[in-house]
Ligand binder design. Structure first.
Ligand code: SF4
Ligand code: MG
Length: 337
C-alpha cells in the first residue's frame, strides 16, 4: 500500500530584496491513504510554505523549490509538473481549505456555482449532475436547505457556514488529498469545535487523506493520527499522536506542548511560553536551530545539526540528547502525559 504523498528532502526558499530566506530546509515525511496528518509548529516554521508547495500554490513573497521531491499517489512528481497539469490535479485530486474562507471564496459568485464550476471544468460533469453533487456535498457538510443556499452569495453566510462551504468546495471533487491550513483559526471557539467535528467525520466517511496545518494541539488531538513537528524549516520530531503527546523526545516539542492551550485539557493547566524567538532564516545557525532557546543545549548543539534518530517504526526526532553519549534528560511532566 503506497503512501498517497511522499515528501523527500524538500527545500524551498523565498527571494526577497534582502536576500534568500530558507523557509523549508530539507523536510521529509509521508502520508498514507485515508490518513490524517497534522503539521505543527510556531508561525514561520515553514508549515504553510510546505503545504502550499505541495499544492504548487506560490506564497508571497515568491518562493522557489530548491531541491527535493514531492511524489503524489506513487507516480506524479509534483515538483516537475507543468502549471496546466498541476491546475488539473488541484481541481480534481487535491483540495485545499484555507484559514479565511472570505479571501478564498469568490464574493460575486453564488455558492452553488462555486461548487459546481470545478466539477464541470475538471471532472466533465453535466450541469445537472454537478448540481446534484453540490446538493449532496452541502448536506454532507451540514448545511441545511442546500437548494436555497446554493443560490446565495458568500456574504449571506456566517463565518462558520462559509468555512463549511469552503470544505464543500474542496471535497466536491472527492480529492485523494485535502490540505487544511489553520482551518479553524479565524472562527470563534464553539464554531471551531463544530468544524473540527465535521472534518473528523468527513475524514472517516471519505477516503481523502488530510494534512492539517495548525498551531492548535486541540485540533491535533481531535483529528490526527500522526504528527510532524516543524521548527525553523525542518522536521524536528514526528510520530503518532500518542508518541508526540506522551512520549515526545525533542525539547522543542516539550516546549510546544507546554505553551499551547488544548481543547482536550483542563483550562487551568498552566501555559509556559517558549522563551526567545526562532532563528533568522536568512542565515540559519550551523548547529541545532533550537539551540539558542533550548534549556538543554550542549556544546555540540551549537556546532553540528543533529540527525534524525529513529525511535520506533513511526517515531523519530532530531536532537543530540538522543545520542548514546548524551546526558540522560527526563521529559518534563508538564509536557503531557
Ligand atoms: Fe536542544 Fe541540543 Fe537537542 Fe537542539 S540538539 S534541541 S539544542 S538538546
Ligand atoms: Mg500558516
Amino acid at each position: 500500500n503506497k503512501p498517497i504523498l511522499e515528501v523527500k528532502d524538500l527545500r524551498v526558499s523565498f527571494r526577497t530584496y534582502a536576500g534568500e530566506v530558507q523557509a523549508v530546509r530539507g523536510v521529509s515525511f509521508h502520508l498514507n491513504k485515508g490518513e490524517v496528518l497534522a503539521i505543527v509548529g510556531e508561525s514561520g516554521c515553514g508549515k504553510s510554505v510546505t503545504a502550499q508547495t505541495i499544492m504548487r500554490l506560490i506564497p508571497t513573497p515568491p518562493s522557489f523549490i530548491k531541491s527535493g521531491s514531492i511524489l503524489f499517489d506513487g507516480k506524479t512528481e509534483i515538483t516537475k509538473l507543468s502549471n496546466s497539469k498541476m491546475e488539473k490535479i488541484r481541481g480534481s485530486e487535491m483540495g485545499m481549505i484555507f484559514q479565511d474562507p472570505m479571501t478564498s471564496l469568490n464574493p460575486t459568485m453564488t455558492v452553488g456555482k462555486q461548487i459546481t464550476e470545478g466539477l464541470i471544468k475538471h471532472q466533465g460533469l453535466s450541469r445537472v449532475a454537478a448540481d446534484e453533487r453540490a446538493l449532496e456535498i452541502l448536506t454532507l457538510v451540514g448545511i441545511s436547505n442546500p437548494q436555497g443556499r446554493m443560490k446565495q452569495y458568500p456574504h449571506e453566510f456566517s463565518g462558520g457556514m462559509r468555512q463549511r462551504v469552503m470544505i464543500a468546495i474542496a471535497l466536491a471533487c472527492n480529492p485523494k488529498l485535502l490540505i487544511a491550513d489553520e482551518p479553524t483559526t479565524a472562527l470563534d471557539v464553539t464554531i471551531q469545535a463544530q468544524i473540527i467535528d465535521l472534518m473528523k467525520k468527513l475524514s472517516e466517511q471519505t477516503d481523502s487523506a488530510i494534512i492539517v496545518i495548525t498551531h492548535d494541539l486541540g485540533v491535533v488531538a481531535e483529528m490526527a493520527q500522526r504528527v510532524v513537528v516543524m521548527y525553523a524549516g525542518k522536521v524536528v520530531e514526528q510520530g503518532t499522536v500518542d508518541e508526540i503527546f506522551y512520549r515526545s523526545r525533542h525539547p522543542y516539542t516539550w516546549g510546544l506542548l507546554r505553551s499551547v492551550p488544548r481543547l482536550d485539557q483542563e483550562k487551568n493547566s498552566e501555559l509556559v511560553p517558549i522563551p526567545g524567538t526562532p532563528p533568522d532564516l536568512f542565515a540559519p545557525p550551523k548547529g541545532c536551530a533550537f539551540a539558542a532557546r533550548c534549556p538543554y543545549a550542549m556544546k555540540v548543539c551549537q556546532e553540528y545539526d543533529p540527525e534524525q534518530t529513529q525511535l520506533t517504526e513511526t517515531h523519530s526526532a532530531a536532537c543530540w540528547l538522543l545520542h548514546e553519549d548524551a546526558p540522560k534528560v527526563e521529559r518534563p511532566v508538564e509536557a503531557g502525559g
